[in-house]
Design a protein around this ligand. Structure first.
Ligand code: NAD
Length: 263
């Protein structure tokens, strides 16, 4: 299990469902990981479960330039460089039509999901360039390639990072740095529980329950189920590793076939 032997990976949103799964798979393949998140207690518990010899954490808000600079600096000090960035921290915002969507919530979602990713690129690229190359994986979504009623901020943000990824892929190719997105459909994490509950609240109809909401989401997926975080992490592992050495500028769906149908 050495697909990431000698590699150093930074994973933002490392305390969350998909981030933790990626951390497990990356360390199982020989990587050293630095988990970045706002939730210190959760970070501590993930690092303990992975082992402090292979994992460490930095508490940081990805929207703040000085905190992004700090997680980059701390990673370089602790492990000597950065080979992989998994820019994965994200928030869902709320479920509401555009006229009712609060401006400050729109800005918050854009700050975490777009500015947070851009800041990661801004401070990590120079460190990777010094090392002679690397791989950047950005977590977008099926909401990055199609509309989602009620989720204007989230959908906008997940489209935006595809444009950002394509631009970064062009800028970074001469440096040996590959940049791609992974685009999951609904995955079994806290985020989907939150969205299901918000859909129920927005419907204001006793017939609409969390269970039925989940069933209706699942029914739109050809494989008829949500994905598991580990299924997303496997694609992230492939893109992080040298096995994907000819892959850059790509949008990689992990969506149970959700995007295969006609629009
Ligand atoms: P999650 O809520 O379990 O994890 C997200 C993590 O990001 C949390 O630990 C949270 O504390 C962290 N975070 C949020 N704001 C932050 C900030 N400002 N600074 C640092 N950390 C911050 O959800 P998840 O499902 O693991 O989501 C991971 C990524 O996958 C997100 O970008 C999400 O949009 C994307 N995604 C999730 C799904 C899904 O169905 N779960 C589907 C498609 C895409």
């Amino acid at each position: 299990m050495t697909r990431l032997a000698e590699k150093i990976a930074v994973i933002t949103g490392g305390a969350g469902g998909i981030g933790q799964a990626a951390a497990r798979q990356f360390t199982a393949e020989g990587a050293r990981v630095v988990l970045v998140d706002r939730e210190e207690a959760a970070l501590q518990s993930v690092v303990r479960s992975l082992g402090e010899d292979v994992a460490s954490y930095v508490v940081a808000d990805v929207t703040q330039p000085e905190q992004v600079q700090s997680y980059v600096n701390e990673t370089v000090q602790r492990w000597g460089g950065i080979d992989i960035l998994l820019a994965n921290a994200g928030i869902e915002g709320i479920v509401s039509p555009i006229p009712d969507y609060p401006v400050d919530m729109f800005e918050q979602v854009m700050a975490v999901n777009v500015r947070g990713v851009w800041l990661g690129l801004k401070y990590v690229i120079p460190v990777m360039r010094e090392r002679g190359g690397g791989s950047i994986v950005i977590t977008s979504s099926t909401a990055g390639i199609g509309g989602t009623a009620g989720m204007s901020a989230y959908t906008t943000s997940k489209h935006a990072v595809i444009g950002m990824m394509r631009t970064a892929a062009l800028e970074c190719a001469p440096m040996g740095i590959r940049v791609n997105t992974v685009n999951p459909a609904p995955i079994e994490t806290r985020m989907m529980r939150s969205l299901e509950e918000m859909r129920v609240a927005a419907a204001d109809d006793s017939e609409v329950t969390v269970e039925r909401t989940k069933q209706s989401y699942s029914a739109r997926i050809p494989l008829q189920r949500y994905g598991d975080p580990e299924e997303v992490a496997k694609m992230m592992l492939f893109l992080a590793s040298d096995e994907s050495s000819y892959c850059t500028g790509g949008v990689y769906m992990v969506d149970g076939g959700r995007s295969a149908g006609s629009p």
